[in-house]
Write a protein that binds this ligand. Structure first.
Ligand code: SF4
Ligand code: SF4
Length: 431
């Protein structure tokens, strides 16, 4: 099959030397903080109280509804506290469980279930993507819309992040088991594994592990190729209509990140729930760059310390990558299922936006992979004209940052678009 591409986007080198660095395991020795919401599902109910002894893999937060993802202890030890209001990544506050490690790393396995959907829910698996959704929700959606193409997304999502390529080559047996399970659940007729063309080691590993069960597709590392909506265009040649109402399930596809698929394999074969994240850490100018397997709840400060990265004198610590990440104010913030990577920037490398006027060059329109008019929707958000911004499909924006990247006068379009979306959502919830 000859893979295609999509219009717009930027040709940035996505894969780099980090893809050859094996994951280093980080097991925290102090206190971990585990928020009871780590995806777009609801807040979980605490199943432990202060003073309880817990083991790794024990459920500490259970979803109130049938489709949420459970949350598990990631160290063994004693519950130091259950707090009601911990700052959440996306704003607001959620409850959290604090566990003091006893250093023993004692585990309990999953109960196990013959029903793979139940096993996936018990294991707390989400789709590890920009906006993680509980996996059972995505699978139910795919089943109800009879998705018959299943795409494993092993394309690294941003420049400097390399954990997906690395995971594919290191955990290929888990990935193969996960593919088999998900293919059976949704009844997919075809399976594709999307890999960066440069990641030859990962391509050959998955090719031999899956045999003829999956087609491995090598794609050019064009940013933001790894976004689901663009991946289906490149692989299936199908376009998802650019409106808020459509998603990839509408065109008969299910796209899951390779980390998600590996987690399914681990839950089925080893009865292990999600207690780790597999991410890339990059210090300013590439110093201390590593791929790490880190326990959820570990303070970001400890992860940076493991990589020999000091934040003294640094400009920004960004949760995610350089294009779509969000600067964090506090390095005590824990690793969660939502974290895609960590990127540290020098003070001198930070772009400061001055008040600027659009010169109507059209560069942002040419580069927008969602075929929007970025200057217009950001301007409408800035002037609080939210009705018109919705008319120009502000919610179709995937916040990739390509428009701001090419803007010669450095208009912070993504910030205005994010602000506009937040205002519209606040209005909708008050109605
Ligand atoms: S951030 Fe949104 S508007 Fe800007 S290029 Fe990306 S999709 Fe288009
Ligand atoms: S790239 Fe910047 S200056 Fe050019 S049209 Fe877009 S917003 Fe205006």
């Amino acid at each position: 099959m000859s893979p295609g591409s999509f219009s717009g986007g930027i040709c940035l080198s996505i894969s780099d030397a980090n893809a050859n660095k094996p994951f280093e395991r980080i097991i925290p020795s102090g206190v971990v903080t585990i928020p009871l919401r780590q995806d777009l599902g609801g807040i979980c109910n605490a199943k432990v109280k202060k003073g309880d002894e817990v083991k790794v893999g024990q459920v500490i937060g259970e979803s109130a509804g049938p489709e949420g993802a459970s949350i598990h202890a990631t160290v063994s030890g004693k519950v130091a506290d259950v707090i009601k209001a911990y700052p959440h990544f996306s704003g607001g506050f959620v409850p959290a469980v604090l566990i003091e490690s006893d250093g023993k790393d004692e585990w309990v396995g999953l109960e196990g279930s013959a029903d793979p959907m139940a096993a996936i829910q018990q294991a707390g698996i989400v789709d590890f993507d920009i906006k993680p959704v509980p996996l059972v929700t995505k699978l139910n959606e795919a089943k109800s819309r009879r998705a018959n193409a299943f795409i494993v997304n092993a394309m690294d999502i941003e420049p400097v992040l390399s954990s997906r390529s690395r995971l594919l080559s290191e955990r290929v047996q888990e990935v193969a088991c996960g593919i088999d399970t998900i293919k059976n659940i949704i009844g997919a007729a075809s399976v594709y594994v999307a890999v960066d063309k440069g990641a030859s080691q990962a391509m050959s590993a998955v090719g031999s592990a899956c045999g003829g069960a999956a087609t491995v597709v090598g794609l050019n590392p064009k940013y933001p190729q790894a976004v689901d909506l663009l991946l289906v265009k490149s692989i299936l040649g199908k376009e998802v209509p650019c409106t808020e109402a459509y998603c990839v399930a509408d065109i008969g596809a299910l796209v899951l990140s390779v980390e998600t698929v590996a987690a399914v394999g681990r839950a089925m074969a080893d009865k292990k729930p999600v207690v780790d994240r597999f991410i890339t850490i990059t210090g300013a100018n590439g110093t201390g760059a590593k791929n790490v397997q880190v326990r959820i709840g570990t303070p970001i400060k400890e992860v940076l310390g493991h990589c020999g990265i000091s934040v003294e004198g640094m400009g920004k610590v960004i949760a995610g990558g350089p294009m779509m990440g969000t600067a964090i104010a506090n390095t005590e913030t824990p690793v969660t299922k939502e974290l895609l990577g960590i990127f540290v920037q020098n003070e001198k490398d930070i772009t400061k936006s001055e008040a600027a006027v659009c010169i109507k060059c059209g560069f942002c329109v040419d580069v927008c992979p969602m075929q929007l008019m970025p200057f217009l929707i950001s301007g409408l958000s800035e002037s609080a004209n939210y009705t018109m911004a919705q008319g120009y499909e502000i919610f179709t924006c995937i916040e990739c940052g390509c428009c701001a990247y090419v803007c010669p006068v450095r208009i912070p379009m993504v910030q205005w678009i994010k602000f506009g979306k937040a205002q519209i959502l606040a209005q909708r919830s008050s109605e």
